[in-house]
Design a protein around this ligand. Structure first.
Ligand SMILES: [Mg+2]
Length: 394
């Protein structure tokens, strides 16, 4: 089988809110076509225009080839070999950042092709699973232009997540710091009050996590507040510090009363080695697209497994990424949960509409996928509706 063509489609919601800390408002969908009529689908979570350029831009020499040029004519079954080839021959502009994110979308599509060609779900090709189901946690970022409105809304959504059957939820509580959501300005006491109220409505028998999106500058400022959160029994605290403050993370990993999680932005296993060995994080959160695809994500799972740490993949896009996370979680014994934006509790119409056959959640659990490949069907009407260039995928 040979790769014959690669299409990149940039999708954006019409009601784009630039003040929102939410990447579910845009997407790049990559389709990899083959000479046997099988097409693979992938997506990645980065600036979609950058990712498209990373794939389509022509190259000029051995350290800066174009990705599309490298891939045309290659066998899509060679996922590991192609990953190495792309990494090596884009090294001058790549190695990290948008080029690796774009490689992630391509790699996802190649695994989709392999599964479709063999009539097997991707996780079977990755080694199979000892699990009966995958547990998604509801990732919640509700409405509100003021701290009060947002807090009330988050409490309400947490209650709804439990009513929908979820047994775990993450509170996006970004009331300050560099990425404060919707321009919200609250202090640490506001956060503590909101999280405590959310704990109250779900009771103790429910996993609660908090994401503060790089809020604090230093570990001591974080500790002053999060020591008070011990009795809230948080499953993990996500990205409390700037991501390059590895020594600060190591301090928190040692002294915080809950697990520390990070990794949503990280590209390649090499960046996860730093998070695991220098920052000493408890929970690694590779985003399958951003880390460089399933080929690289499974390597990160192994790194974490060897060190006795957990994996909880990041996913803030659509049903494509959720499917990729599900296959990853199926094969990784150290992956207890995956991030999941519930269609009922989510502002992104792209998330809701792009995939026609969303994974079914019953009693808070997703059964192992049975369809071949990633097992997703794109809604072509949605692709057309949200496409910035109005191209229709065929
Ligand atoms: Mg996050």
């Amino acid at each position: 089988m040979k790769i014959t063509h690669i299409e990149c489609h940039i999708l954006v919601v019409p009601d784009l809110n630039e003040k929102a800390t939410s990447s579910s408002q845009d997407n790049i969908v990559v389709k990899v076509h083959t000479d046997e009529g099988i097409t693979g689908i992938g997506e990645t979570d980065t600036g979609p225009w950058l990712a498209k350029a990373a794939i389509e831009a022509p190259g000029s020499h051995t350290m800066a080839f174009g990705m599309k040029d490298i891939l045309i004519g290659q066998d899509p079954f060679d996922t590991t070999a192609l990953w190495d080839k792309l990494y090596t021959y884009t090294a001058m502009s790549g190695r990290r950042g948008a080029v690796i994110c774009a490689m992630g979308a391509i790699d996802m599509a190649l695994w989709d092709i392999k599964g479709k060609a063999l009539g097997l779900p991707v996780y079977k090709l990755m080694g199979g699973s000892n699990k009966k189901y995958i547990e998604p946690y509801a990732s919640l970022q509700p409405h509100g232009e003021t701290v009060h409105e947002y807090g009330d809304s988050l409490i309400e959504w947490t209650k709804k997540a439990k009513a929908l059957g979820f047994q775990a939820a993450k509170l996006e509580c970004t009331l300050g710091g560099p990425y404060n959501h919707n321009g919200l300005k609250g202090d640490d006491r506001d956060m503590t009050g909101i999280i405590a109220a959310c704990r109250e409505v779900v009771g103790q028998d429910f996993k609660l996590m908090v994401d503060v999106q790089y809020l604090w500058y230093d570990a001591k400022s974080a500790l002053r507040t999060i020591r008070d959160w011990e009795n809230l029994d948080l499953y993990f605290l996500e990205t409390p510090l700037q991501i390059d403050n590895l020594s600060g993370y190591a301090t928190l990993a040692k002294e915080a009363p809950m697990r520390i999680a990070a990794g949503e932005w990280q590209n390649t296993r090499f960046e996860f080695m730093d998070l695991l060995d220098k920052a000493m994080i408890d929970v690694a959160q590779p985003d399958v697209g951003r880390v460089g695809g399933l080929t690289e994500a499974i390597r990160v799972c192994h790194l974490a497994q060897d060190r006795g740490r957990l994996i909880v993949p990041h996913c803030w896009k659509t049903g494509i990424g959720i499917a990729a996370s599900t296959h990853l979680a199926a094969v990784a014994p150290n992956c207890p949960l995956i991030e999941y934006l519930p269609a009922e509790l989510c502002d992104s119409s792209l998330r809701v509409e792009l995939v026609e056959n969303p994974l079914i959640i019953e009693n808070g659990k997703i059964s192992l996928p049975v369809e071949s490949g990633l097992g997703i069907h794109l809604n072509l009407d949605a692709v057309e509706k949200y496409s910035i260039d109005k191209q229709v995928l065929v």
